[in-house]
Design a protein around this ligand. Structure first.
Ligand SMILES: [Cu+2]
Length: 193
């Protein structure tokens, strides 16, 4: 399936690379773009990095940037471009313990509105839920540091819906550094792939 948006996205990434002097660091391949319909195709399954406590109504997510070299390390727990979706029950308090194991680049994570694609630059990084974004989220030098930097965020997933866990550092989300984030009315939890 070819998408008409591919060419403008590549141009945007290339322009950004020229401006920042880091063109060679951008991921070389164009990742596929998942849609909400793709994400809904399978059941959520347990994952060892998503701990759900139904009695306490909490979810603790150990989210790692660059854990694998997928998408040139611009991934969350090895997933990029919406190829997995974290599912949490509506009303639960969610803590994301974020660690950046990419050896080279700063990264961030925030719960933002789901979109078919994301821009190279974010004008507005107000998260969907209060507190649901790591510090200095668009900074290439002040967001969570490479080589093991950490940040922790806690928020209440107060409204059911389809959202995304996105890295708003320039050029990251547009080249695939995002996965789905679903707040389920039914109480489902885990990882949908
Ligand atoms: Cu990133």
């Amino acid at each position: 399936m070819s998408r008409p948006s591919t060419l403008p996205m590549l141009c945007a990434a290339a322009l950004l690379g020229c401006g920042s002097g880091e063109e060679g660091d951008l991921p070389a391949s164009e990742p596929g773009i998942a849609t909400p319909a793709d994400a809904a195709a399978s059941d959520a399954m347990p994952a060892d990095w998503i701990a759900v406590d139904d009695a306490a109504r909490t979810v603790t997510i150990d989210l790692v940037a660059g854990e694998t070299d997928a998408n040139n390390r611009w991934n969350f727990n090895g997933y990029a471009a919406g190829e997995a979706t974290v599912v949490v029950p509506a009303g639960y308090t969610v803590t994301v313990n974020f660690e950046n194991r990419d050896p080279a680049h700063h990264h961030s994570v925030g719960v933002l509105a789901r979109a078919a694609s994301f821009p190279p630059y974010f004008d507005d990084t107000t998260p969907v839920f209060d507190g649901a974004i790591t510090p200095n989220p668009t900074s290439m030098t002040e967001s969570t540091a490479p080589g093991g930097g950490t940040a922790s965020i806690t928020f209440v997933a107060s409204e059911a819906g389809e959202y995304a866990l996105v890295c708003p550092v320039p050029a990251n989300a547009v080249t695939g550094m995002w996965i789905g984030f679903e707040v389920s009315e039914s109480g489902d939890s885990g990882l949908r792939r």
